[in-house]
Design a protein around this ligand. Sequence first.
Ligand code: PHE
Length: 507
Amino acid sequence: MLHWLEKNLIKTLRSLGRPLSFEEAANLLNRDVGTVAKTAQWLKEKDLAEVEAKTIHFISLGLEGEIYSFEGLPEKRLINLLSDLGGLTNIDELRRNFNENLFQIGLLWAKKNGWIQIETRDSEKLVKLIYHPGETSEEKILKQLREKKSLEFESLDEDLKKACLNLKSRQSVIKMNEVKKYYVRLTEKALQIPEEELEIEEVTRLTQDMLISGSWRQYRFSRFNVYAPSKPVYAGKRHPLQRLIKIVKEIFVEMGFEEIRGPIVELAFWNFDALFQPQDHPARDMHDTFYLDQPRFGDPPENLVEKIKEVHETGGLTGSLGWRYLWKREEAEKLVLRTHTTATTIRYLAEHPDPPIKVFSVDRIYRNEKVDWKHLAEFHQIEGIVMDKAVSFRDLIGLIKEFYSRLGLRDVKFRPSYFPYTEPSAEAIVYLREKNTWLELIGMGIFRPEVTQPLGVKYPVLAWGGGLERLALALYDLEDIRTFYFNDLRWIRNISNIYLEKKIGIL
Ligand code: PHE
């Protein structure tokens, strides 16, 4: 029994009546060369074919050849000029009228070809034209190479072959490459196989009828080559930054947190005042914060306005002295694009003053920054709070360590810091092994009484917040933070779906 591929190859060879190279056969059969090689081998084992290897040389233009193919061979140009000058000229005059660089080459080959003679008359050196040929074989070769880029040396006729070798002896006019080519030829035995035996019934599609009647048993189905090269198809997928957000959220959820969200357009009251940030604090400046033009103001919660005013002015019932200035309601009524998601957690805390609380948010914030490779004006923060009867700063440190270790970042250090709304305050830095640097990632602390007391919160609140993009940069091994917003399809398409999972070691 012959395989249908074997039958196909035999039929093709018989109809052409000559040996075929594997490439030609592959082309005719619409298969790849490997399949043809395999099929030829099967036939060979059955004594139906012979496989023969031939070394083929391909010629193409070299650097000089490229130029000559456009401008003509120097020797030919030289005698053309000589002929224009009357066929007999002083050598120096000829040189002056010709291209300096090519003169020697032209002269040499024109002489070698017997087209010119150099004579000395009265101590004057003269060049004399003795034969002016039409198109030479060398010129034919150059012309063909210019059109076809490459020629098979073995298939040239003798004349052109000689011209080729001639040109090849000249530095970089012609290049020659060797390629091994395989041919398959049928044996006598294969030629004698009756036509009917080579018939194959091959179908590409299985139909309902074939299934019902059972006729599918008679057919041979075309095989699909699942390894054939094809155009890549890029399936839709989550953006790399969104993927990190998803992972971060999952980590918090696994750690027992609930997600909260808050408005992007926020009252200065929540963004600053409720966080005990004085109204003349530089961060509230227009240079740092985007203020809304329309509408400009919103309504802060009436039940809290007086309390916050008091805490800012005198410290209220907290035992603090406050900032000791005149707090203006109007300032707190201003609408801003939130500059941190601590606005979101404090809002939540005001509405949920009773323990236990364990919430987080991963969301957008806005700052009036000049955008460059390190800065964005719109980015994300990771934020969270924990409130319970007996939580402490140690719990906060443990929590942050745990969070980062779940992101594969196991070296975390803490150093003292300052925020108007926390005491003590710290920031966490993590070690990036590959870059051998420490990265500042997050601010943290315990909310001050000036923050919690006016809201009626009686227990310690652990709070933290920090940028997401910087973390993303480190994890994706990027330099420019804008990469996440360039929409560079090449990067987005090619980055693996499980890049992060692998990187942080959860896959
Ligand atoms: N809001 C601070 C920032 O944007 C981070 C922070 C949050 C600090 C909570 C302390 C407590 O950098």
